[in-house]
Design a protein around this ligand. Structure first.
Ligand SMILES: Cc1cc2nc3c(=O)[nH]c(=O)nc-3n(C[C@H](O)[C@H](O)[C@H](O)COP(=O)(O)O)c2cc1C
Length: 426
């Protein structure tokens, strides 16, 4: 490290929802639909002086053999509606919604984010995602109309148009994806342009982020992977006339605290077992094997049959790689470590990113940021809605003592928190 000034850490709170990292069996678990839950997590994040609150989006429940995937049954309300309600009970916290650019329209979405930005006094952010699969698209009148290769060309044209609408005046545009002429029925939003987040990981996704986004929500949560991602993405900025500071990299991370490191490690293992129960283990196997494994014993060895490539047994999943290659790798790990199916899934689907005493976790988070593995973190708690309470009470004060995290908000908009200026009109 050089003797440059300490980098300041940016923090965001991810509302845990439809995923198996939420421990629903914990007695402290509450509704993921009721407003009280959103409010609790948002108020906790604001008490911790976080930059923003983040909502993911899933447009269609996954299906296995035509039945809704157990893990998805919980559901979630529409994000901008939730954030509109949260704007009324918070004063500084940024409010970020994930909204797909494939199945929406620029005027409509520009209007909704401009409205949220006005109502919240400049705190809106849009996480632009691009899933284009036909299964999701069947919810919309156009189905799977967009070639996967065009998902980012559409997203780029979409964001450019949204920004023109936000800037005001007459927008006249004719392009490959959109033909529009009109003007927004609102004044320019307080932030000029609501903050844009990007979360894709492909080469095109990274290029889109370098050209367009203010924040990247990344998956690269280890020190070395984070540093490689950071170097790769920041070096792409110059081609767009942008400086490294203009794009913040925030990996999604999990954490477990304890009074001692041993206690935290034990809790972390317990949480992993709760996250990957027998049914979840089978669901993971089905996503790779592409066959119905409801009769498979999770406490026995991995299935002996080979995966069925391009199966439609599990609909709506994100392809996580070549099933044959994954199965071979998993078999090798299971054989080497003598693991049952469930233990194998626990092993290969990751551990918590930061485990230890509050002091150890604060030190590691700071080290990641000072060593350019991240500019901050999107914290994904494993409990709804109290999952951030201990972090805000025990880790945030230590980050503040280290001089790397704000003790008070110094501005009122999300752009203020991120140190990003209001963009000029285009
Ligand atoms: C950390 C992370 C979080 C994401 N969250 C969502 C989400 O909530 N909803 C969604 O539809 N897509 C989500 N995505 C998907 C991407 O934004 C993107 O649309 C998809 O990965 C395809 O782009 P890619 O090929 O560049 O990865 C997420 C991706 C990453 C890396």
């Amino acid at each position: 490290m050089t003797d440059r000034p300490l980098k300041q850490i940016h923090l965001a709170a991810h509302f845990p929802g439809v995923n198996n990292t939420t421990v629903w069996t914990d007695p402290a678990s509450r509704s993921q639909i009721e407003f009280a839950s959103f409010r609790h997590l948002a108020e906790t994040a604001e008490r911790g002086r976080f930059d923003f609150f983040f909502l993911a989006e899933g447009l269609r429940l996954r299906e296995v053999n035509g039945l809704i995937h157990d893990l998805d049954v919980v559901g979630r309300p529409e994000s901008i509606t939730v954030l509109g309600a949260l704007a009324a009970v918070t004063t500084h916290l940024g409010l970020a919604a994930t909204v797909n650019a494939t199945f929406n329209e620029p005027y409509e979405l520009a209007r909704r984010f401009a409205s949220l930005d006005h109502l919240s006094g400049g705190r809106a952010a849009w996480n632009v995602v691009t899933s284009s699969d036909a299964f999701t698209g069947e919810n919309f009148r156009r189905g799977g109309f967009l070639d996967r290769a065009d998902r980012y060309t559409r997203a780029a044209e979409f964001v450019q148009l949204a920004r023109e609408f936000w800037d005001g005046g007459l927008v006249r545009h004719s392009g490959p994806q959109f033909d529009v002429e009109g003007r927004l029925s609102l004044p320019r939003p307080p932030q000029g342009h609501p903050v844009v987040i990007q979360a894709g990981d492909s080469d095109e996704g990274r290029e889109f982020a370098a050209a367009t986004a203010d924040i990247i929500f990344s998956r690269h949560s280890t020190l070395t992977a984070g540093q490689a991602f950071h170097t790769d993405v920041k070096r792409r900025l110059a081609a767009y006339g942008r400086k490294p500071d203009e794009l913040k990299i925030m990996p999604g991370v999990t954490y477990v605290l304890g009074d001692t490191d041993e206690e935290a490690t034990e809790r972390a293992a317990e949480i992993r077992r709760a996250q990957v129960g027998p049914r979840t283990a089978i669901a993971y196997l089905e996503q790779v094997w592409g066959i119905d494994l409801s009769d498979h014993d999770p406490d026995g060895p991995l299935p002996t049959a080979d995966p069925v490539v391009d199966s439609t047994v599990v609909q709506g999943r994100t392809r996580i790689g070549d099933p044959l290659e994954i199965a071979a790798r998993w078999r090798a790990v299971a054989a080497e470590k003598r693991l049952s199916s469930r233990e194998l899934v626990i092993e290969v689907t990751g551990r918590q990113s930061f485990i230890g005493t509050p002091a150890a976790v604060a030190e590691q988070l700071d080290a990641y940021v000072q060593n350019d593995a991240a500019d901050g973190f999107i914290l994904v708690p494993h409990l709804t809605p109290g999952g951030l309470d201990d972090f805000v009470d025990q880790v945030v004060p230590l980050l503040q003592e280290r001089g790397v995290f704000r003790t008070e908000y110094t501005g009122t908009t999300l752009r203020d928190h991120l140190g990003l200026p209001v963009p000029g009109r285009r």
